[in-house]
Design a protein around this ligand. Structure first.
Ligand SMILES: C[C@](O)(CO)[C@H](O)COP(=O)(O)OP(=O)(O)OC[C@H]1O[C@@H](n2ccc(N)nc2=O)[C@H](O)[C@@H]1O
Ligand SMILES: Nc1ncnc2c1ncn2[C@@H]1O[C@H](COP(=O)(O)OP(=O)(O)OP(=O)(O)O)[C@@H](O)[C@H]1O
Length: 291
């Protein structure tokens, strides 16, 4: 339950996303890739807690293994908002990490988006959704999606977003236990960058299995554990990788089916972590955003 006070906001979720497909359609002069993708929000989240400070300091109260405070997207997002809004206020932020790093679930980006939404409220900065999305893009290509607040068809480098109706269902997600470096996957010589453009209506007309993730073939070359997880999950439906990996997912028609798959996930020789999540229509903090 989200707790709202004048000087604190507790249990603010930063949900995971899935890329239901991902086409690389080109490359910009600055090296960033042009994409087409369908973003799906999931009811499986990191949790963030914010406490107001009147002295302007921005601090993280807990250790996050592998993420030093100064490079944490949460701290970077808070400082960016503070600079941009001219606020004299600060915050203590606690980050309860559940989403794996380098998992393709957008964890760091979602943490940054939740920080922008929560501190915009706590500091009464009054930035609109559009202004927050522009700030968010400075932090990462995935951040604007989480601020968009609903499932989306994405173009550009992932920042040109159109609302997308997706089926309500459960997904089983397997974390294969490896962290996939996004920049290395995108810069691979083996990556194809010429997928044809599709329309939202194409995506909705054909079964989900029609649409691939172009980053998947590169990622499985680098990380055989991703291929092992895909091969295993493919027995239950169409398994795909999300983002630049490493997590893989498969849609289920009911929670019972998802439970059944989870029961069968092998404990050995792999060190996989598997879970289920329901689709969301909206970001849990969407009504804190003003258009
Ligand atoms: C793969 C996706 O997760 C799909 O949603 C995103 O495109 C990645 O988004 P992200 O993690 O927020 O990525 P960023 O932190 O902006 O970029 C990490 C690195 O990935 C590469 N990158 C990212 C996005 C993009 N459209 N083209 C790229 O080439 C760039 O080398 C960049 O330096
Ligand atoms: N708050 C944060 N949470 C997670 N990672 C962070 C955070 N801040 C910075 N990072 C850095 O970002 C890297 C990518 O983490 P993230 O969990 O966002 O990957 P991802 O799920 O693959 O993202 P994407 O789907 O956007 O590519 C991490 O390895 C870490 O070094």
């Amino acid at each position: 339950m989200i707790k709202i006070g004048e000087t604190y906001l507790e249990n603010c979720p930063a949900p995971a996303k899935l890329n239901l497909f991902l086409h690389v359609t080109g490359r910009r002069d600055d090296g960033y890739h042009l994409l087409e993708s369908a973003f799906q929000l999931l009811d499986h989240s990191d949790l963030l807690h914010f406490k107001l400070r009147s002295d302007g300091q921005i601090l993280r109260t807990n250790d996050v293994p592998g993420v030093p405070q100064e490079s944490d997207l949460v701290i970077r997002a808070a400082k960016l908002l503070q600079r941009h809004s001219g606020s004299q206020l600060g915050a203590e932020i606690t980050l309860d990490k559940k989403l794996p790093m380098g998992g393709g679930l957008g964890g760091g980006s979602s943490d940054a988006a939740t920080t922008l939404i929560a501190l915009n409220r706590l500091w009464n900065s009054k930035l609109s959704r559009q202004q927050l999305m522009e700030l968010g893009l400075k932090l990462g290509a995935d951040v604007p999606f989480f601020l968009f607040g609903q499932n989306a068809f994405a173009q550009g480098i992932g920042e040109a977003l159109t609302p997308l109706q997706t089926p309500d269902c459960w997904y089983v997600v397997i974390e294969p236990g490896v962290s996939a470096p996004t920049a290395a996957i995108f810069s691979s010589k083996a990556l194809t960058r010429n997928s044809p453009s599709i329309k939202v209506s194409d995506f909705q007309r054909y079964p989900q299995g029609t649409w691939k993730n172009d980053l998947q073939s590169v990622a499985i070359q680098l990380f055989p554990e991703i291929l092992a997880a895909l091969d295993w999950l493919n027995a239950y439906g169409t398994a795909k990788m999300t983002g630049s990996g490493s997590c893989v997912f498969c849609a289920c028609d009911s929670e019972e089916t998802a439970n059944q798959i989870l029961k069968n996930v092998p404990k050995k020789p792999h060190s996989w972590n598997a879970w289920k999540a329901k689709t969301l229509h909206q970001h849990p903090l969407a009504n804190w955003l003003a258009d």
